[in-house]
Ligand binder design. Structure first.
Ligand code: TYM
Length: 334
């Protein structure tokens, strides 16, 4: 049986980077495999965050994921902190993970550089990620390119634990990376990411999309309206490939190469197509927001289903590691 696991931080609304890079892919996988998708709130607290907003951001992420097409009838959607075994297994894994491996993680190095004092939680971030995946003995992890190195480390953690405590207990999962492996932000240079402020939210309406696209960076060779451009050098062309029909993509490429269109013309078409493509997601999100109790129900039943798998894995992990089993809970005498 193939099992899929992936996670996303509760950054509020999805943006088109994590939507195209991961979530759109998840929506397809839930038809074929047993899938667990997790909103990873314990990961989100490894960096400075807004305590007052975390709860609403977690809820909003659930709304976005359901609106984007995750179907609780086909997959398990839940919040990481609702299943305590994630942090328990993460602790276990810290005892088999070499410090040097954690220190060489690119994301750790990048994030640590931006901070005055580096906390242990940030270093151990990939260990918690290993616990997320391996608790469900998942074989496949659909992610964007930036997570591939973490999945490699998960494989190593599984190997190390297996060598010490039980051959083949944990499978070695594979990263699955789709075509939209690294969507660039509106600056045309860095990965689209909420922390860099270069995103377009999937719930934006046409006017909002246009406001964001208008100043977006294009092919730097197009200094004036008459300069021909190279579509492959332009982030907007990459976005057209995601949101526009094939004939428009072709037209965009021609009009760019011949300077038939200016960049603003190209952006206008993109904004229209993006708004059309995202409209059904926006509509579903509005419906879900009107029924917050439905979203809560989905998360509760998701956590329940996740817990039943997680408990069984942890029971076996404790046993194989020689931990004394806990006394059975007895009913209160009063
Ligand atoms: P996060 O929340 O940063 O991103 C969620 C998913 O979206 C992908 N992604 C992108 N893909 C292409 N272009 C972009 N600009 C872009 N931005 C984000 C990410 O690669 C990711 O797949 N550490 C993970 C969350 C996590 C996880 C897990 C993932 C926790 N536990 C276990 C897989 C398995 C993260 O921060 O994702």
């Amino acid at each position: 049986m193939i099992r899929v696991f992936s996670g996303i931080q509760p950054s509020g609304e999805l943006h088109i980077g994590n939507y195209l890079g991961a979530v759109k892919h998840w929506v397809g996988l839930q038809d074929e495999y047993e899938c667990f998708f997790c909103i990873v709130d314990y990961h989100a607290i490894t960096q400075d965050y807004d305590v007052d907003a975390l709860e609403s951001h977690t809820f909003d992420m659930a709304v976005s994921l359901l609106a984007a097409g995750l179907d609780p009838g086909k997959c398990v959607l839940f919040v990481q902190s609702h299943v305590l075994e994630h942090t328990e297994l993460a602790w276990v894994f810290t005892t088999v993970t070499p410090l040097g491996e954690l220190e060489r993680m690119t994301q750790f190095k990048e994030k640590a550089q931006r901070q005055e004092s580096v906390l242990a939680g940030l270093l151990n971030y990939p260990v918690l990620q290993a616990a997320d995946v391996l608790l469900y003995k998942a074989n496949r992890v659909p992610v964007g390119e930036d997570q591939v190195q973490h999945v490699e480390l998960i494989r190593e953690i599984a190997r190390k634990w297996n060598t010490r405590y039980g051959q083949d207990f944990f499978p070695e999962p594979h990263a699955q990376v789709g075509r939209a492996r690294r969507i660039l932000g509106l600056d045309g240079q860095s990965k689209m990411s909420k922390s860099l402020g270069n995103t377009i939210g999937i719930l934006e309406e046409l006017d909002g999309i246009w406001e964001l696209l208008r100043p977006a960076v294009t092919d730097p060779a197009r200094v004036t309206r008459k300069d021909p451009g190279t579509p492959e050098m332009c982030n907007l062309y990459a976005l057209h490939q995601q949101f526009s029909p094939a004939y428009t993509v072709e037209e965009v490429a021609n009009k760019c190469r011949t300077a038939g269109w200016g960049c603003l013309d190209c952006k206008r078409v993109l904004a229209d197509n993006m708004a059309v493509a995202l409209a059904p997601i926006r509509e579903r999100a509005a419906e879900l927001r009107a029924r917050p109790e439905r979203v809560q129900e989905v998360l509760e039943s998701g956590a329940e289903r996740a817990r039943s798998v997680a408990r069984e894995t942890m029971r076996e992990v404790r046993e194989r590691m020689g931990l004394l089993s806990a006394p059975q809970a007895t009913p209160s005498e009063t």
